[in-house]
Design a protein around this ligand. Sequence first.
Ligand SMILES: O=C(O)c1ccccc1N[C@@H]1O[C@H](COP(=O)(O)O)[C@@H](O)[C@H]1O
Length: 225
Amino acid sequence: MSTFVLPGGKRDAAVKICGLKTPETLQAACDAGARYIGFNFFAKSPRSVTVDQAAALMLEMPIGVAKVALVVNMSDDEIAHIVGTTTTEILQLHGSETPERVADVKARFGLPVMKAIGIAGPEDVTEIDRYAPVADQLLIDAKAPKGADLPGGNGISFDWRLVQRKYWPCPWMLAGGLNPDNVAEAMRLTGAKQVDVASGVESAPGVKDPDLMRAFVKNATGNFA
Ligand SMILES: O=C(O)c1ccccc1N[C@@H]1O[C@H](COP(=O)(O)O)[C@@H](O)[C@H]1O
C-alpha cells in the first residue's frame, strides 16, 4: 500500500490558532483542524478572555487539541490562578521573561512552556539560542513595533530569511502576520512545521472568521476540513 504524501511534505504540519473567545469560533477552529488553541490572558488585547471564560471554553475542546494559555510577564499568583482554574496544558510566555524565568515557570507549574521571541533583525535571532535549552517550544514571532500596545498579535511579519536553515534543539512555531495567503510560502521559506496565527484569521480585531480559519489550516497543512 502506498502512503499519500502531500506536496511540500506538509503532512505533519500543525497549526495553532490564538485568541478564541466564543464557543462557536472555538468549535470552528477545532473542526478546521487546529492542533493548538491559544487563550489570551493579556487584558489589553481585543482577544483577551477572563480565567472563568477560558475554563468554560477549554471544557468544550476535543481531546488531542492542546490548550495553551498566553500570558505576558505574569506573576506566579496570576499564573497559579489560571493553572488552578482551567485545564491549561501549555503555558505560552509572550513577554520579556528571561531564560531563568522560563525555567522557573516550568519547574513551578509542571507544564510545558512555549517561549515567544520577537524578531526584527539578525541580533534577535541570536537571542533564540538563550531560550532553546530551557523552553519546551519556541514561538518565533515578529517583534512588536516600539510603542505598540500589544507585544504580539499585531499582524506584522519579519523577514523570514532570517530564520532560514536554522536549527534549534526543540520544536518551534512560526508566527507574525501569517494569513491564508502567505502561510504556505512562509513555511516553504523557513522550513517551519508549525505555525501560529491570531489576527490573520479575523474579520475585525478579536473576531475570528471560520472561513479564514479553514483556509489557513488548509493552506498550512494541505488538509481539507
Ligand atoms: O494576539 C494578541 O492579541 C496578543 C497579545 C499579546 C501577546 C501576544 C499576542 N498574540 C500572539 O502573537 C502571535 C502573532 O499574532 P498575529 O498573527 O501577527 O496577529 C499570535 O498568534 C499570538 O500567539
